[in-house]
Design a protein around this ligand. Structure first.
Ligand code: SF4
Length: 536
């Protein structure tokens, strides 16, 4: 059967057909559609596959490890910065090993279309000493999921599958050969002690995983997904090319009639050193095409030198941002075809909060109040409300990572700033703001926390928010004083009320929490449309 699928959908279908018993994920562009596809799949409904969103990427990884412990296959999905949150259980899962297969799908966002950095998740796989796969097209993305689960179970390690934005968000025809595999039966680890990472066990496992690297590298050399292709055997070439992941696809587009150079296609790591040596022996120079950071170029160039190895580090390929068919052409000194006239392209426009969004009412009131305080600073978090940094509001002065608003406000207040205000959304609050609030309460920091509650995870398309209906009880449970927990409806006619609440709570010398609550209008409209459609 052939289907036209987004890369994310191909991954989701590949995982379903590989017999997963659960997907554990926190939404994040460009990975969100994987879990949404699984949630909407008839296979999920029929089998009762777990697909509810997790509170954050760390809880997702740990739940997947629990599923694996009892023998089941589990998929973990996140965007690249989610790997920072998940790093603790991810790195340690190589030490514990896995029982049922665990595949960690990470979607990187080079060019930072909707992210705060360009980090490359392949570093994490190398760091944790686990194998990783990087599909070069949507068909491989589908095929690799079954392979990744088998590899994970065969090697007793989690396997990372790394994709980038264009792979996740572009469509291609994918051939679906398999019927869904049955889920694994419950079974327990043959070496349960591995899961107890006491120093004695961890020391033994560390040696085992290090020894295993030879096998993993040999597997990468023999992998059906890696290939060393010579146009003509036995000839010496001026140039050879190493492609990683989607770069292979771009190279094929650049040379539709055949690449005139030897090509090493890498889509399974650790890097296949034997194949690299074979390529290097046959070529005077090697060009490395990889999306993200120059990991492979650094590894090869560190030995062979930058006269021989070219890429992002040497400036022969764009150092930052996505690779594109055009940047790949440019790396070969070829002219780029002009496909569209400028007038045919949608002109860029600055991002802005939707008209009618509740965050607008929050920032309008905050601006009115903080103008009364010369030193006021507003520390923000990650969500739609980060757009409060831009005109017309320009309210916020920071946005670092999920949960940082409360802890940064606390640190600034500890250092004497007054007033120190944090703005965080409901989903980000449960993701990683709660622990920061506990810190602030324990040290009686003088901060005002605004949890702008739109009852959803809006920025990624309106997924469930883990704390919906329980934000107040969570705050009270953490120790916020009931009289300094203020909930209100942020609409224009309540502007003065919101201003007064903000003023009163700023003046309180302790932790206060204000919860302006109004549903995201995009989500509300979608629900209304759905309701009307159901009635019709
Ligand atoms: S999607 Fe929702 S929360 Fe985000 S800006 Fe639009 S209305 Fe506001």
């Amino acid at each position: 059967m052939k289907k036209l699928l987004l890369g994310d959908q191909a991954i989701a279908l590949g995982a379903l057909n590989a017999g997963i018993s659960g997907v554990y994920a926190y939404p994040g562009t460009p990975s969100t559609e994987i879990t949404e596809f699984i949630q909407g799949s008839p296979i999920t409904k029929e089998r009762g596959i777990h697909s509810r969103w997790c509170t954050n990427e760390k809880t997702a990884m740990e739940a997947a490890l629990g599923a694996s412990y009892v023998g089941k296959r589990a998929l973990v999905c996140m965007k690249h910065v989610g790997m920072n949150v998940c790093a603790d259980p991810f790195v340690n899962s190589a030490m514990s090993g896995v029982n049922g297969g665990v595949v960690v799908l990470v979607a990187d966002d080079p060019s930072m279309h909707s992210s705060q950095n360009e980090q490359d998740s392949r570093f994490y796989a190398k760091f944790a000493m686990v194998p990783s796969l990087e599909p070069s097209n949507q068909q491989e993305a589908y095929d690799m999921m079954g392979y990744a689960f088998e590899l994970s179970e065969q090697q007793g390690l989690p396997v990372m599958v790394r994709v980038t934005t264009r792979m996740a968000h572009s469509r291609a025809v994918v051939e679906i050969a398999d019927a869904p595999r049955a889920e694994n039966e419950l079974s327990f680890p043959k070496t349960p002690g591995n899961y107890v990472l006491l120093p004695a066990n961890a020391t033994r496992r560390n040696k085992e995983v290090i020894a295993q690297q030879v096998t993993l590298e040999n597997m990468a050399c023999e992998s059906q997904y890696n290939a060393l292709i010579f146009p003509e055997a036995g000839k010496r070439y001026e140039k050879g090319v190493v492609t990683c992941g989607i770069a292979y696809n771009y190279l094929m587009e650049t040379f539709p009639d055949g690449v005139p150079f030897p090509v090493l296609k890498i889509t399974q790591y650790p890097i296949p050193k034997k194949l690299i040596k074979e390529l290097a022996d046959a070529c005077d120079q090697i060009l490395v095409l990889e999306e993200g950071q120059p990991i492979v170029e650094e590894l090869i160039g560190g030995v062979l030198g930058s006269d021989k190895v070219k890429g992002r580090l040497t400036g022969d390929v764009n150092r930052t941002g996505e690779l594109t068919p055009d940047t790949v052409k440019a790396a070969f000194g070829l002219a780029c075809e002009k496909v569209y006239e400028k007038s045919q392209v949608v002109l860029p426009r600055p991002p802005a909060l939707c008209q009618g969004c509740s965050h607008r009412d929050v920032y309008t009131a905050l601006n009115d109040v903080i103008n009364e305080y010369p030193n006021a600073k507003v520390f923000s978090d990650i969500g739609c409300y980060t757009l409060g940094a831009l005109p017309p509001f320009r309210t916020i002065s920071s946005c670092i990572d999920m949960g940082a608003s409360i802890t940064m406000a606390k640190g600034a207040a500890d250092s004497g700033l007054f007033p120190a205000i944090a703005v965080i959304g409901d989903s980000t609050f449960t993701h990683s703001g709660m622990t920061g609030l506990l810190d602030a309460i324990n040290s009686k920091a003088s901060i005002t926390v605004v949890i702008s509650d739109n009852l959803t995870t809006a920025m990624t398309g309106g997924q469930d928010s883990a704390g919906t209906g329980r934000i107040e009880s969570i705050c009270l449970g953490l120790g916020v004083e009931p009289e300094h927990l203020r909930v209100m409806l942020p609409i224009p006619k309540n502007h003065d009320e919101l201003c007064n609440i903000i003023r009163e709570e700023i003046e309180y010398k302790g932790v206060s929490v204000i919860v302006p609550r109004r549903e995201c209008i995009q989500v509300m409209n979608r629900k209304l449309k759905q309701k009307r459609a159901n009635k019709a």
